[in-house]
Design a protein around this ligand. Structure first.
Ligand SMILES: CC(C)(COP(=O)(O)OP(=O)(O)OC[C@H]1O[C@@H](n2cnc3c(N)ncnc32)[C@H](O)[C@@H]1OP(=O)(O)O)[C@@H](O)C(=O)NCCC(=O)NCCSC(=O)C[C@H](O)C(=O)O
Ligand SMILES: [Mg+2]
Length: 361
């Protein structure tokens, strides 16, 4: 049952007369990388049409990282790019300004009539609770009705305040428009008063240390190994559960150390393994990292298909390479196999790799 103030019978009714009917299921469209660009930056904007087809999502960012003096130019730049570009298989998203900012109303009232037919998802920053989603939901319905749109624009919330994290389940269930959630580690760290100064990623000070080893006379000997821990594990895990519970999609967010491709890949992979379907890309070189990490490997698909074949009607237990496989491991393998099918449908190179897999008996 959605955690909405609306009754179950009204949950899937349009919120304005003439607005498109809400979807009862969020379409599973590949979105391994949500690539951010600043539409007011002419050099960046010029690159966007050529990026269509190379990335799953292009996102025109209007919020943080766009200078206050450039807010109008960014909004107008996004309209121009959207109107002049055929996005083909690539989704077009935008991140609007925060709901308490002086720009957000103009963002929505400009974008929906001008390019609402091209916008797949609107990302809303700094969402605190269901009330923020309800506000955007009603306003979008009114604007969609006025613009005569025939499909609803979906909404994605960024989890970047302590209150947002505390309310994560009600945010996910606030509207049938909810497409997913991303982690906003930089704003979240500030709001929580964490003592970090980075945009996502780990911190060398957040660690556990091996117990001391002592000699027979009680003297400490040898080095004590330390292991860096993941600052974001708790929040990502909460986000994944809340999204899965409501049938929507969780994403990691930004990794600000553009030069550190290895740590970026590690952070993305942790999120992938925990259940996220994608991440943000801030720089063109992060797209390849995201696409690689959020596409199941050939080895994983080979194993998953082998389990599916061995499990026959899907019940009981079998042994494969000394390991027990049963209904539950089959379900995990089916998650991978279905993801591979969705990705193969839009990525010819991956399709070739997955099609070439020979499943051993
Ligand atoms: C991070 C950047 C400022 C780096 O830009 P730059 O110094 O120009 O990088 P390069 O010289 O390496 O760029 C090489 C060329 O590539 C183009 N470029 C760079 N970035 C992009 C891009 N995102 N999309 C398209 N093209 C891009 C450059 O123009 C160069 O072109 P050329 O000179 O012709 O070769 C910059 O990448 C950037 O601004 N990225 C986006 C930053 C962003 O959107 N930040 C907001 C999201 S993170 C956030 O908000 C935090 C979150 O909310 C939280 O709370 O955690
Ligand atoms: Mg932020």
């Amino acid at each position: 049952m959605p955690s909405s103030s609306r009754s179950a019978k009204d949950f899937f009714r349009p919120l304005a007369v003439g607005a498109p009917t809400p979807l009862t299921e969020v379409p599973a469209r590949p979105s391994r990388a949500i690539h951010f660009f600043d539409p007011s930056n002419e050099k960046m904007a010029a690159k966007i049409p050529a990026m269509v087809g190379t990335v799953d999502v292009l996102l025109g960012n209007l919020e943080d990282a766009v200078k206050a003096d450039n807010k109008v130019a960014a909004r107008e730049g996004l309209v121009k790019i959207a109107q002049g570009t055929d996005f083909g298989p690539t989704q077009l998203w935008t991140r609007i300004n925060a709901l308490d900012s002086p720009w957000v109303l103009d963002d929505l009232t400009t974008l929906v009539p001008a390019i609402g037919d091209k916008l797949d998802v609107i990302m809303v920053p700094k969402v605190q609770g269901a009330e923020d989603i309800h506000y955007v939901d009603r306003l979008l319905a009114q604007l969609e009705a006025k613009a005569g749109l025939d499909r609803p624009i979906l909404v994605h919330a960024i989890l970047e305040t302590a209150r947002g994290v505390a309310n994560v389940e009600e945010i996910c269930g606030a509207s049938p428009r909810m497409q997913g959630l991303s982690l906003g580690p930089a704003d979240l760290a500030a709001d929580r008063r964490m003592k970090t100064t980075r945009v996502g990623g780990g911190h060398p000070g957040y660690l556990v240390r091996q117990d001391p080893t002592k000699s027979s006379d009680g003297i400490e000997v040898g080095e004590r190994a330390t292991y860096q821990q993941d600052l974001w594990h708790y929040t990502i895990a909460r986000m994944v559960d809340a999204c899965a519970m409501h049938g929507i999609y969780p994403y990691y967010g930004p990794f600000g150390d553009i030069a550190d491709e290895v740590a970026c890949e590690d952070q993305f992979r942790n999120a992938f393994l925990l259940g996220c379907v994608g991440t943000w890309s801030l720089h063109p070189k992060q797209i390849a990292i995201a696409n690689r990490v959020f596409s199941p490997s050939v080895e994983d698909i080979k194993h998953a298909r082998r389990v599916v074949a061995a499990m026959g009607d899907g019940t009981g237990a079998v042994m494969l390479d000394g390991k027990m496989e049963d209904d539950a491991s089959l379900k995990q393998c089916l998650v991978m196999v279905r993801l591979a099918e969705e990705l193969a449908a839009i990525d010819p190179e991956l399709k070739k790799q997955y099609d070439a897999i020979e499943v051993p008996a």
